[in-house]
Structure formats: structure tokens, C-alpha cells
Design a protein around this ligand. Structure first.
Ligand SMILES: NC(=O)c1ccc[n+]([C@@H]2O[C@H](COP(=O)([O-])OP(=O)(O)OC[C@H]3O[C@@H](n4cnc5c(N)ncnc54)[C@H](OP(=O)(O)O)[C@@H]3O)[C@@H](O)[C@H]2O)c1
Length: 321
């Protein structure tokens, strides 16, 4: 079981926000009933896991689900990356130390590693489960073919099966709907989705033709790179058209965005990020909101051609980064 809304600390902890603000956001998340926390070894060059570990210190471990990931480089060497037995084993030990915990609830392959035999990765994951360092295993941004290949190997070899995929998913980015979701529904995996608010874009706070608001992700040196592709006049103009739809429902734009991803029955949890505790308190109110077919149609009409649906957009690097 996971909370319908999870809290993630990419870009924020150890980077965009100071430690006090990070701790306040985690406290707000806990106060609001969030029990699921997502991070990765690579976030802020491993500092994000440390911040989360400190922020969760003293909280009853059994009442939390802590997720982390492995794949992207955590050092400069050829073995400081990817999904080899060596790197996975070293990385989980680093993650457990930084998170100050004996085990993580969900350990996720942060991309598909074309340079490591899939059997090696899955065997290592299975070993970690048996060692009790990891309770469940999942993937992130794998395509349907890659997930199917992993399930086949796990079934043939008796390895622990993948339980989840962590894809990007929002009103603007729906690339999982045609292939990944049908496969996962059939095979019993859930989606735990990232950037449901499109990194802040779906709050409507970025206005076409205007500079980004002070302190927002678009003004952060790291975050700015990631959000920039969505900051076009066409996207921002269309997003403004969601405002009356949200207002009619008595929701904020952020709540509408989070509620939208949760309408997909294969989505177990939406991972939201936050730089301020008020944002967490705003976003959690999306839990339990139902959007009817007419509202979903109005959203589609408002966004029109800016919605991305091509399943081929789920891509892992052609070689290890
Ligand atoms: N697996 C992967 O490859 C992958 C990739 C990316 C993310 N993730 C996971 O998904 C998590 C969430 O990603 P994300 O941070 O991009 O998600 P998001 O929820 O779409 O965006 C979060 C950002 O939007 C702004 N925001 C959020 N709520 C707001 C509100 N109510 N009002 C105004 N602004 C608001 C904040 O940024 P500002 O205040 O700075 O504007 C916040 O940091 C990450 O922490 C990570 O755990 C995974």
C-alpha cells in the first residue's frame, strides 16, 4: 500500500531549497497523511537522499514507504552508473546509509541499461530482496517491451517480479497510455507517476510572454533546464484555458492536474514535488477527487495538439550516460 499522493525530492532537496524548507515540506507531507517518499541516488549528487534521511529521522519506519532508484551516474568512474551487479550493490549500500534506514520499500531501475544483461540486473535485485535490503523492485521510464522482457525472465528464473513502473505522466504527457499501461494492467504492475503538475507548468503560474515568477523552478539553474521545453507560448496559452475548468470544480489548477493523473486506474500514486509546505497542502487535496467524462473532454479540448501521446517517447539512453 502506498499513499495516493507521494512526495518526491528531485531538484529541491540538496539543491533548489535550503534544508529548513525541505524539512518543512516533509513535515507538511507527513501532517497531510503522505506516507510514501521518493528519491534517487543521483538527485543533487546524492545529497537529496541525505536530506530526506535527516527529514524523516525519528518517524516510525513502519509507517513510511521509502523509494529510491539506481542507474544514473553517482561518480565519475565507469562502474558508478548503470544496472550492473557491481553498481547496484554499491549504490544500494550508499542509499541505505544516506537514508539512515536498513531497507528501502521500493528500489527502482531509473532507466533501462542497454549495456548490462537484463538477467544480471534482475538477479541482483532478487538478491537484494532476499537480503532484506529492498522489499519490492520496480523500474522507471521503461517501455512496454522492456517491462515484458523483464517479467519473462523473472518468471522463468523464479526472481522477484517487478511491481511498478515510474513514468512521467500528466495531462500534457500521456505516452504510457497506449502500450505501457495495458501491459501493466494485464501483468499486475502499477504506475507511480512523476511530474503530474508538469514541474509547475500546470499550476498556470507561468504566463505566456512573461518572465517566470521569482523563485520558481524555471529560475533555478538546474531545474530551469528541465522545465524549459514546456515553457513555450503555445503550451502556456493552452494551459491558461484550464483555469475556468478548475475554478468551476472549486479546485486549484495544481489540484486539477494531480486529480487528472489519479483518474487512471493503473496509477497507484502521483509523486508531487514542492518547494514550500503550502504547495504540499494545496496538492494533497486532489486525493479522492473524481473528474467526470465531461470535465475530461473539456481538458482535452483546451489542450488540443500540445498533448504528447507517442509511446516511442519513452526512451532510455542508447548507451550508459
Ligand atoms: N523517475 C524519474 O525519472 C523522475 C524524473 C523526475 C521526477 N521524478 C520524481 O517525481 C517527483 C516529482 O517531480 P516534480 O517535482 O517534477 O513534480 P511536479 O509535482 O510536477 O512539480 C513540482 C514543482 O512544481 C511547483 N509546484 C508544486 N505544487 C505547486 C503549487 N501547488 N503551486 C505552485 N507551484 C507548485 C514547485 O516548484 P517551484 O515552487 O520551484 O515552482 C514544485 O517543486 C520528483 O521529486 C521525483 O521523486 C522522477
Amino acid at each position: 500500500m502506498v499513499s495516493e499522493i507521494s512526495y518526491g525530492n528531485w531538484i529541491t532537496h540538496g539543491s533548489q531549497v535550503e534544508e529548513d524548507a525541505a524539512k518543512e515540506c516533509v513535515k507538511a507531507a507527513l501532517d497531510e497523511g503522505i506516507t510514501t517518499f521518493d528519491t534517487a541516488d543521483v538527485y543533487a549528487g546524492t545529497r537529496a537522499e541525505e536530506v530526506l534521511g535527516r527529514a524523516l529521522k525519528g518517524v516510525r519506519r513502519e509507517s513510511l514507504e521509502i523509494f529510491t532508484k539506481v542507474y544514473w551516474p553517482t561518480g565519475s568512474g565507469p562502474n558508478d552508473r548503470g544496472l550492473s551487479r557491481k553498481h547496484i550493490t554499491e549504490s544500494i549500500h550508499g542509499s541505505l546509509r544516506r537514508l539512515q534506514t536498513d531497507y528501502v520499500d521500493l528500489y527502482q531501475a531509473h532507466r533501462f541499461d542497454v549495456e548490462t544483461p537484463l538477467e544480471e540486473t534482475l538477479k541482483t535485485f532478487d538478491d537484494l530482496v532476499r537480503q532484506g535490503k529492498v522489499l519490492y523492485v520496480g523500474v522507471s521510464e521503461w517501455n512496454a517491451e522492456q517491462i515484458a522482457a523483464a517479467l519473462k525472465i523473472a518468471d522463468e528464473m523464479g526472481f522477484d517480479r517487478l511491481v511498478s513502473n515510474q513514468p512521467q505522466y500528466s495531462m500534457l504527457w500521456r505516452v504510457i497510455e497506449s502500450e505501457v499501461v495495458p501491459l501493466c494492467e494485464k501483468e499486475g504492475l502499477s504506475q507511480i507517476v512523476w511530474s503530474p503538475i508538469a514541474q509547475g507548468v500546470l499550476t498556470g503560474k507561468y504566463l505566456p510572454g512573461r518572465p517566470p515568477p521569482a523563485g520558481s523552478r524555471a529560475t533555478d539553474p538546474t531545474g530551469g533546464n528541465f522545465i524549459s521545453r514546456m515553457l513555450t507560448d503555445e503550451v502556456l496559452t493552452r494551459v491558461q484555458e484550464l483555469k475556468p475548468i478548475a475554478a468551476d470544480l472549486g479546485l486549484t489548477m495544481a489540484q486539477l492536474a494531480v486529480a487528472w493523473v489519479l483518474q487512471n486506474p493503473n496509477v497507484a500514486s502521483a509523486i508531487v514535488g514542492a518547494t514550500r509546505p503550502e504547495q504540499v497542502r494545496d496538492n494533497v487535496k486532489a486525493a479522492g477527487v473524481k473528474l467526470d467524462a465531461e470535465v475530461l473532454k473539456k481538458i482535452d479540448d483546451a489542450l488540443g495538439p500540445i498533448v504528447e501521446r507517442d509511446p516511442a517517447k519513452t526512451v532510455s539512453p542508447a548507451k550508459r550516460p
